[in-house]
Ligand binder design. Structure first.
Ligand code: PAF
Length: 281
């Protein structure tokens, strides 16, 4: 397995692979790999000849400095996981090689980036789209796999790839969950044990709303209120937002007639977790 630490080294390796006729499957990550990432890597293996995993904690997409500082970085463990899964190359660029002092260009997504995570985390999607564009360019990937837990991120990446004619196939992968339903996330490692227990309320609330929706409730205000009430039963939970939005435009919906995403962001201590569920009429 190759370890590539700069965009130039990554591009050279990718060009060599492509010269031999291989396709490249790409899994972008910020490290602290878990079973969710493993599932993305296995999917990339099915869809391409050579899999590249990037490990880069992208400071440009963090709007809170302490969240960036505290983000877990178990690089040795991550490399072992990649090795075990047969990853061809790990792309772990240095900060300086990604953002030299004269770095001056960003990718700024439009309307899709305004609601939910966009309004709760100003600048986050500019940082995300910029780094993903840089990662796509360096890895020369044919296909990239993204988890559906970051629903809005996936929608923005799909739109960026179309709008900027990036010619890379984007594949979404269903959220992988713990036995209590909590969505796997690198941030889960930072939860205090009591917060980890309490966080199980997130999938419980989403599932309860989905069941009520399936029994015919179409008023999003009632479903949102229900999710709020269930999550608030945990004293340690602090809700950032609960939103029901159209799956394509991501604009809020009151009377649900189309496919919608019910998305939440909840703090436990200083750890912010997101999750979502799709509501199909
Ligand atoms: O989802 C993530 O882990 C990050 O947002 C990504 C796509 C690796 C970009 O930094």
């Amino acid at each position: 397995m190759e370890l590539l630490e700069s965009p130039a080294a990554m591009s050279e390796w990718a060009a060599r692979e492509k010269a031999t006729g291989k396709t490249i499957g790409f899994v972008p990550t910020m490290g602290a790999l878990h079973r969710g990432h493993e599932a993305l890597i296995l999917r990339a293996t099915e869809l391409s000849d050579s899999v590249v995993v990037s490990i880069f904690v992208n400071r440009l997409q963090f709007n809170v400095a302490s969240d960036y500082d505290k983000y877990p970085r178990p690089i040795e463990q991550d490399l072992e996981i990649c090795q075990r899964l047969g990853v061809a190359a790990v792309y772990a660029p240095t900060n300086d090689s990604m953002y030299p002092d004269d770095f001056d260009t960003v990718v700024s997504p439009g309307e899709l980036a305004k609601p939910m995570e966009g309004s709760a985390r100003p600048g986050h999607f500019i940082g995300m789209a910029t780094v993903v564009a840089k990662l796509f360019n360096a890895t020369k990937a044919d296909v990239a796999i993204f988890g559906e837990k970051d629903y809005q991120q996936l929608a923005i990446v799909r739109s960026m790839v179309t709008d900027l004619n990036m010619g890379i196939e984007i594949v979404g992968y269903p959220t992988v969950r713990e036995s209590d339903g909590l969505a796997l996330s690198s941030r889960n490692q930072r939860l205090a044990p009591n917060h980890r227990l309490a966080a199980g309320v997130i999938p419980t609330a989403l599932q309860a709303a989905k069941e009520r929706f399936e029994r015919g409730e179409r008023d999003s205000r009632i479903l949102i209120e229900m999710v709020n009430t269930i999550i608030c039963r945990e004293d340690s939970a602090r809700i950032d937002y609960v939103e029901i939005a159209d799956v394509r435009s991501l604009q809020s919906v009151v009377d649900i007639k189309q496919e919608c995403v019910l998305a939440v962001a909840v703090f436990f201590g200083d750890v912010r977790l997101i999750d979502n569920i799709v509501l199909k009429p």
